[in-house]
Design a protein around this ligand. Structure first.
Ligand code: FAD
Length: 307
């Protein structure tokens, strides 16, 4: 028999076989002890809701999966990184550098602390893009290079094309929702450039530091879920939904593109491209036109910065 702690993320197969009485059980209680005895491992379990208050269960093997801690044993006192999330992950700057040990960077699943359980940095399919961003940032910081950008000229249509193309194609924006963003950079002379996959928390500081050259205004483009999307049961058929032909998708709950505009570093507008069931934001009427109107308005007021 397998016992699964119901507080742990349940595996669908275990739930199935529990319901079908196939030797798996989910026990709603606390493990009081694990003792080795002649016939195997004895595990007294205190049930929360059964009359039989404590039951001695026998198992051949026990796997304890009750969480983990970051192993700091390779660091001596001079460079032990501060930890967060119950000592599980290093506390990191937006560029995945330890907050208290300058020059100590983390790449991989250890990058996930700052957005723990909010994005996909804990997984290969997520952190691979953050690692690429870290690589680009290190080349800027240590080799005097600039973040790769694409010149877009000075027409609104090129900006619309750039945004629409990327939100429909980029797996980095898709997987690292709200964590990585593309940038639309407006130079003081009005010309536009586009940069891909910059850590969102790093943008303001990088623009201020001149990592992207002279910038009069900029937009951060992300894919994001709507506020409180996780409070709505996706299987609740009674939950109200806005029609996806609603161009004012401000409370879109599902993943959708968000464009945040900044002028001289200050927030100056926000546009949500309305969500779409197939994640295809290519309708002229519902996606491109509202985005074009927003960008045209903001670009018209992106006055050159005073030197
Ligand atoms: C069951 C399971 C299923 C998963 N499925 C997916 C999935 O479908 N998609 C996905 O994207 N992710 C998945 N993940 C997550 C993914 O596997 C991890 O996020 C990823 O492997 C982490 O990679 P990493 O290189 O950061 O760390 P690790 O893979 O843990 O690599 C760290 C390495 O460092 C070594 N090491 C540790 N200490 C020292 C030391 N002192 N000296 C030298 N070496 C050391 C370790 O031995 C290890 O080889 C899954 C994870 C699990 C457990």
């Amino acid at each position: 028999m397998t016992a699964v702690d119901p507080r742990a993320p349940a595996v669908a197969g275990e739930l199935d076989s529990y319901q079908l009485k196939s030797q798996n059980a989910l026990l709603d209680g606390r493990v009081l002890d694990i003792r080795r005895e002649a016939d195997g491992l004895r595990v007294p379990v205190s049930f929360e809701r059964a009359d039989e208050v404590v039951k001695d269960l026998r198992y051949d093997r026990v796997i304890v999966a009750a969480g983990f801690r970051f192993d700091t044993s390779i660091f001596d006192d001079t460079c032990a990184p501060d930890l967060i999330v119950d000592g599980r992950f290093p506390a990191l700057t937006p560029l995945s550098e330890s907050v208290n040990v300058p020059g100590l960077y983390f790449a991989g699943t250890l990058m996930q602390g700052p957005d723990f359980k909010k994005s996909t940095t804990g997984f290969i399919h997520g952190f691979r893009y953050s690692v690429r961003a870290l690589h680009r940032a290190l080349r800027v910081r240590h080799y005097g290079e600039t973040w790769p950008v694409t010149e877009l000229g000075d027409t609104v249509e090129r900006a619309v094309d750039a945004v629409i193309t990327r939100v429909n194609r980029s797996s980095a924006l898709w997987q690292q929702f709200a964590v990585l963003g593309d940038l639309l950079l407006v130079a003081p002379d009005g010309t536009l450039r586009h940069a891909e996959e910059v850590p969102v928390r790093h943008v303001a500081q990088a623009v201020r530091a001149g990592d992207f050259g002279e910038v009069a205004a900029h937009a951060v483009i992300t894919l994001e879920y709507g506020a409180d999307h996780d409070r709505v049961d996706p299987f609740d058929v009674t939950a109200g939904r806005k029609p996806q032909q609603d161009v004012a998708g401000l409370d879109s709950r599902y993943l959708h593109p968000v464009v945040r505009w900044y002028r001289a570093g200050e927030p100056a507008g926000e546009h949500h491209v309305t969500e779409n069931l197939e994640n295809e934001w290519d309708s002229e009427e519902f996606h491109r036109a509202p985005l074009r109107a927003f960008l045209a308005d903001r670009l018209a007021s992106a006055a050159p910065v005073t030197p």
